[in-house]
Design a protein. Structure first.
Length: 385
């Protein structure tokens, strides 16, 4: 038995059909030689069906273990208990039951965990490729990172993630020292700060922001989210579906310290990446606020604006930061004081400009449907984590 192989942990509650779908994708995936352990952890929902699905599922790739909790843990405590299994099993790979995996998810995870095992700035590995900025409610596109198949974000992953024993222990130690009150942790996006106290992800995000750590994210997603009704969604949603890697490939990773594609918790690229590509800005001390969601930033900001700044760039290339990196001068982005950035970011002109930048202009019918969906999402957001 190869003890170094990551253990897969599936988290289930009250969605037997979702659990069946995820387990089917796991069984069809590719694995190395050895004992690939599978743990199915079920919170107590009062339903028999999830346990029946787990018990009937045949796992041909190694040992299978079912943990059926006799009392209701709740999502936060359930996920934390699954993370604590790393004490027994070492590297773990955690999947909630509304996910679906690429046939090559295990290879990516195994290789990424090994490559970043000694980097203390890495807090975990994501299987999911982030393509949406939930704080700004707009698309997200990472810049190219050379020959690397991953980029970095100061956001913890919850739609397919892996931790080494050391990475999870570091989070648990921080949580023991600081507790669940994260009000003193600065630079947490407002939507994350507003998540309910039942959210484990809220705590993990606070931890990596406080300790200046990052998650590794793949460019080609190894998991996708069905958004099934449950604790995450009250209604089914395809909003967070992303394309899955379909063909085998050789993965290449790059150290965090030498990477260009590094983003903070607001999905904003770090200033050092901008300076690396555009020496014109090398001597300035500034923050990046292109999405306009940083309400309390100090000093100079690289932000969307219609005002003249110390330097101005065209809001034209995608992702937005490429116009600055390539010194494409024009209108739409400026290096400006924070009060100017704040005034413009909250304006209707800025919101309309961002919509036109990311989307084509919709028909009235689409606008109406979008408003209805937006209202539904706002209602559901309080229980989305």
């Amino acid at each position: 038995m190869n003890q170094s192989l990551p253990t897969i942990i599936v988290i289930g509650y009250s969605r037997p059909d979702s659990l069946t779908r995820l387990l089917g994708s796991l069984r069809s995936a590719q694995y190395p030689q050895g004992n690939v352990r599978l743990i199915i952890s079920l919170d107590n929902s009062g339903m028999l069906e999830p346990l029946q699905v787990a018990s009937a599922f045949e796992w041909p790739h190694g040992d299978k273990r079912i943990i059926a909790h006799q009392t209701r843990l709740g999502l936060r405590n359930h996920v934390l208990s699954c993370g604590d299994l790393s004490e027994e099993y070492g590297d773990i790979l955690v999947l909630e039951d509304d996910l679906f995996v690429s046939p090559f998810f295990y290879q990516f995870t195994y290789e990424a965990l090994r490559f970043y095992a000694e980097d203390e700035a890495i807090a975990g590995i994501s299987l999911y490729s982030q393509q949406f900025n939930q704080t700004a409610n707009l698309p997200f596109m990472p810049v190219d990172n050379g020959d690397a198949d991953a980029y970095f974000m100061q956001l913890a992953a919850s739609w397919g993630q892996a931790w080494s024993r050391q990475q999870w222990q570091a989070f648990r130690q921080w949580l023991e020292e600081h507790g669940t009150d994260i009000s003193a942790v600065p630079d947490i996006p407002p939507d994350i700060r507003g998540w309910p106290e039942s959210s484990w992800l809220k705590l993990h995000n606070a931890y990596i922001i406080a300790r200046n750590k990052f998650f590794v994210y793949p460019y080609r997603s190894l998991s996708t989210n069905f958004g099934d009704p449950g604790q995450h969604f009250n209604i089914a949603s395809s909003r967070f579906q992303v394309p899955l890697q379909q063909l085998n490939m050789t993965y290449h990773f790059k150290p965090l310290a030498s990477s260009l594609a590094v983003y903070d918790a607001f999905c904003e690229i770090l200033p050092k990446s901008i300076k690396q590509q555009n020496p014109l800005l090398a001597d300035y001390d500034f923050s990046v606020n292109l999405y306009g969601c940083k309400q309390h930033a100090n000093g100079l900001q690289l932000a969307r604006t219609n005002a003249r700044g110390l330097h101005n760039f065209s809001l034209s290339m995608k992702p937005m930061e490429l116009s600055v990196m390539h010194n494409v001068q024009g209108e739409g982005i400026g290096l400006i004081p924070p009060q100017v950035a704040g005034d413009y970011a909250s304006s209707a002109e800025a919101e309309y400009g961002m919509y036109r930048f990311f989307y084509k202009f919709p028909s009235p019918r689409i606008i109406f449907s979008g408003l209805v969906e937006r209202l539904q999402l706002m209602v559901n957001r309080s229980g989305s984590r």
